[in-house]
Design a protein around this ligand. Structure first.
Ligand SMILES: NC(=O)c1ccc[n+]([C@@H]2O[C@H](COP(=O)([O-])OP(=O)(O)OC[C@H]3O[C@@H](n4cnc5c(N)ncnc54)[C@H](OP(=O)(O)O)[C@@H]3O)[C@@H](O)[C@H]2O)c1
Length: 377
């Protein structure tokens, strides 16, 4: 019976992971962690009866400890305590943002298997995380698809990775992107996700982060990772073999599929959702990315290729800019401007240590806020 700890159990991936686990009685939920959603965490503890939990606010932790008589801790270190517990076998990292990096590294160092949804962790610290290559399995749908496509295949036979992108809510939008509202940007056409990744999907930064994620997970150079827009989101990724032929991974657009695959790998169990019906789908379409309207993808390629401080700065500036957009402080087209302006003030120093990553992350956030202040945003 594998014992699972879920970091970010109250989020979109976290709740879908628990949904998958309702059908997998051989797994035990050992630990749950939330940020500020006390009410949902309380319900989850009542249903799944974990051994321990974590929540951001100390007052919430005290109330839950009292109600359920289990240890509930608070603060960033509490995530590290959960994932290093001797009983823990598998950690699902579904917190959002670079806050996932330290607990992921602690879990890996402690020898745990990690099912990784959090892409910001690989963007900021891919070279540190991938030292533990054999313990990691991705949850992100594109990378889960690639995991499947690479299974049993020689890496040298593959010329190229092709990631598909839905194009987001503004793919065919004719108006000015500087005037779109938060509600419009959050309305993803195919997926229901957390706020930050929804905005990243609208700017196409999400695809940029995924390009960097693919570089680390599959050890491919950026020149061999392409992106193609595929509005139906049914082909999750492709690989191009040396002879030019393409292998595509297709399936229903539902995150519970890659989540279940990551939890049960290498076994492939019956689907937790209705399988894809090709006749009902009818047609699949593909088009080029509009890099002029969506400059974030090119920024991510630039950061990934430069390496060192740049991807850390790209990610931190993007987190700050997206938070500012969601708070109504800036408009949609300011997001890539902030990322670009902040990123160019950092160097491409190679292989930073964890301490250096955390310092660059902190500094990039300060510079992002200063960038906005200077412009009166
Ligand atoms: N959603 C998807 O379909 C999808 C697909 C592929 C990859 N991903 C990746 O998976 C990650 C999670 O995405 P999501 O959409 O599930 O995000 P989400 O819905 O916003 O959930 C984020 C989770 O992290 C928790 N959290 C946030 N800040 C925290 C902090 N400082 N300390 C501890 N916990 C914190 C939140 O807790 P509270 O809600 O309690 O505050 C919540 O449980 C992201 O990296 C995203 O890029 C998501």
């Amino acid at each position: 019976m594998p014992n699972i700890v879920i970091l970010g159990s109250t989020g979109s991936i976290g709740t879908q992971t628990l949904d998958v686990l309702r059908r997998l009685p051989s797994f035990r939920v050992l630990g749950l962690s939330a940020g500020s959603n006390y009410d949902l965490l309380r319900k989850q503890i009542g249903e799944f009866k974990p051994k321990f939990a974590s929540v951001s606010k100390p007052a919430h932790a005290r109330a839950l400890t009292e109600e359920f008589s289990i240890p509930v801790s608070s603060g960033p270190e509490s995530l590290e305590e959960l994932v290093t517990d001797p009983e823990c076998d598998l950690v699902v990292v579904s917190v959002v943002g670079a806050v996932g990096l330290q607990p992921t590294l602690r879990a890996l160092e402690a020898g745990k298997r990690v099912a990784l949804a959090n892409k910001e962790t690989l963007v900021a610290g891919g070279h540190l995380v991938m030292k533990y290559r054999d313990q990691i399995i991705p949850i992100d749908s594109e990378h889960s698809a690639l995991w499947s496509l690479f299974s049993g295949r020689k890496r040298e036979d593959v010329a190229k990775i092709i990631l598909t992108a839905s194009g987001g809510p503004f793919r065919t939008y004719k108006g000015s992107l500087s005037e779109v509202t938060v509600e419009q940007a959050l309305a993803h056409p195919n997926w229901t996700m957390g706020g930050k990744i929804s905005i990243d999907s609208a700017t196409l930064m999400n695809k940029g982060l995924e390009v960097i994620e693919a570089h680390w997970l599959f050890d491919f150079p950026y020149s061999a990772i392409d992106v193609v827009v595929h509005p139906e989101s049914l082909v999750h990724s492709m690989i191009q073999l040396n002879d030019g032929t393409l292998l595509a991974h297709m399936g229903t657009a539902d995150m519970r599929l890659p989540i279940q695959y990551a939890l049960t790998y290498p076994e492939v169990l019956s689907p937790p959702v209705e399988p894809m019906d090709l006749v009902k789908v009818g047609r699949l379409s593909f088009e080029a990315v509009d890099c002029e309207r969506f400059p974030s993808l090119a920024l991510a390629y630039e950061a990934g290729q430069a390496g060192g401080e740049k991807p850390i700065a790209l990610n931190a500036a993007n987190e700050e800019a997206v938070a500012a957009f969601l708070a109504g402080r800036i408009n949609f087209t300011h997001i890539p401007q902030i990322v670009c302006g902040v990123m160019e003030t950092f160097q491409g120093k190679s292989n930073p240590t964890l301490e250096q990553i955390l310092a660059v992350d902190k500094e990039a956030r300060l510079r992002s806020r200063a960038f906005m202040d200077e412009r009166g945003w």
